[in-house]
Design a binder for this molecule. Structure first.
Ligand SMILES: [Zn+2]
Length: 443
């Protein structure tokens, strides 16, 4: 079998920095990592391929713990209502109107567009939360097929909600059920499913009960927005006499495989309940700031033993930029210089990778022999010393501006020298522009 060598890069394995080192890849796996300088002429030759990474940083592929492919065609859209003055109005006047207007073609194009931007940003694994309340059946399969062309690992779900009536809620449940079934019989290392729920405040007891019965908190788990705006908590207390976390616990939604997104407005008791459930917390700082909903203090989650991962909520595909935003936001809120260093550095290469490992069942986020070859060669020659202790400083002040030169997923080249495999980027953009024009008309 032919091999690929990523030669003489500065390799951050996810645990340590080897400088220089050469990564040998065979099939979909890393065969070995050879420390020290290795001349190309020492290659075994034949079919083997040498990719020169001399002096450049090589890292594991990045993971996005929460995104929304369906928002891709909203870039630059003009609202048809007056500007929103709160979170609910943002949902009503933008996102819920948009997701109702999506066609299957829009969904496919959104997946291609977001997928391309992930590859360009060195993101190799995503957790998507999909909503298209008037084009439900087959939507997850459509996204899955589009992402397959690009080679991305993805964990998908459909956003069940009562906001478009009982038929849409039932169809959403069925879409999750059917995609979960499909993933159970497929190669789980590339495609996974969770059971998607919008948020407590748009889910009736009946729908939550049906969702809980169709999903499994300890099996695939659920993927749900939690206390993103104050309205989620207020409506839960008003209608059901308890907070959002208590309500979800009662229905069996929380568990080790569940991702609870945002968690902006949780009191200490709810944080304790969430911690006891073992659920993941996904933090999306740019989205929180853009929606002006407030932001969670990450140290509260960490102290309770909750695992927090980083997501973009569809705001961007760029995880380094999201990491920078998380760092600045935590520091700003704490009012203590450098406070972000306490809670943020471990998210991207630590918790996000762990979430992906747990979900996909392979050693994602760790460049080591036997692990899948998901890696990125960055157009970044570190201008100052680099070690595992200061990798976050390089992210904040250097890598946020770096371009992915080579992206490999499961040993396959997905981006080489800025050239994309699995799709014609200009053609995708052109099709997206046309589809967006029609979508904005219907919106
Ligand atoms: Zn979201």
């Amino acid at each position: 079998m032919s091999r690929t060598f990523i030669g003489n890069g500065i390799v951050y394995t996810g645990k340590e920095v080897l400088s220089p080192a050469t990564i040998a890849i065979e099939g979909d796996r890393i065969l070995e990592i050879v420390p020290g300088a290795l001349p190309e002429k020492d290659l075994p030759g034949g079919q083997d391929r040498w990719i020169d990474a001399t002096g450049r940083l090589v890292t594991p592929g990045l993971v996005n713990a929460h995104t929304h492919i369906y928002s891709a065609l909203a870039r630059g859209i003009a609202l048809k209502d007056p500007p929103p003055t709160n979170f609910l109005e943002t949902l009503e006047r933008l996102w819920w109107r948009l997701d109702r207007a999506l066609t299957m073609e829009d969904i496919e194009l959104s997946a291609r567009l977001h997928g391309v931007e992930c590859l360009r940003s060195g993101v190799t694994t995503i957790f998507d939360h999909h909503s298209s309340q008037h084009a439900i059946r087959g939507s997850l399969q459509t996204i899955s097929a589009a992402l397959e062309d690009l080679g991305l690992r993805a964990c998908l779900c459909f956003e069940v909600s009562d906001r478009d009536g009982p038929a849409a809620a039932a169809a959403g449940i069925e879409e999750n059920r059917s995609f979960l079934r499909e993933c159970a019989g497929a190669d789980g290392s590339m495609r996974r499913a969770k059971f998607g729920l919008h948020a407590s405040f748009t889910l009736s007891n009946e729908t939550l009960k049906a969702g809980a019965a169709a999903g499994d908190a300890d099996g695939a788990g659920f993927h749900i927005h939690v206390a993103e705006g104050t309205i989620d908590q207020a409506l839960s207390r008003e209608r059901y006499g308890c907070g959002v976390i208590e309500r979800l616990k009662e229905f069996g939604i929380l568990g080790k495989k569940t991702i609870a997104v945002h968690g902006v407005h949780l009191d200490d008791r709810e944080i304790e309940i969430l911690a006891a459930s073992g659920a993941w917390h996904a933090h999306c700082p740019q989205s929180n700031m853009n929606n002006a909903v407030g932001a969670p203090v990450l140290s509260r989650f960490g102290r309770a033993g909750i695992r927090t991962a980083l997501g973009t909520d569809g705001f961007t595909a760029n995880m380094f930029r999201e990491g920078l935003a998380a760092h600045l936001l935590q520091t700003h809120m704490a009012g203590v210089p450098g406070a972000g260093y306490e809670t943020v550095p471990d998210l991207l290469f630590g918790a996000n990778a762990a979430l992906a490992r747990e979900t996909f069942g392979v050693e994602i986020g760790h460049l080591t022999p036997g692990a899948p070859a998901d890696l990125v060669v960055w157009d970044y020659v570190p201008p100052t010393p680099i070690a595992k202790e200061n990798i976050w400083g390089h992210v904040l002040f250097g890598l946020v501006n770096a371009r992915a030169m080579e992206v490999m997923i499961a040993g396959r080249h997905r981006l080489t020298d800025g050239r994309l495999f699995g799709g014609d980027e200009d053609a995708i953009s052109a099709r997206c522009r046309e589809a967006a024009e029609r979508l904005w008309e219907r919106f």
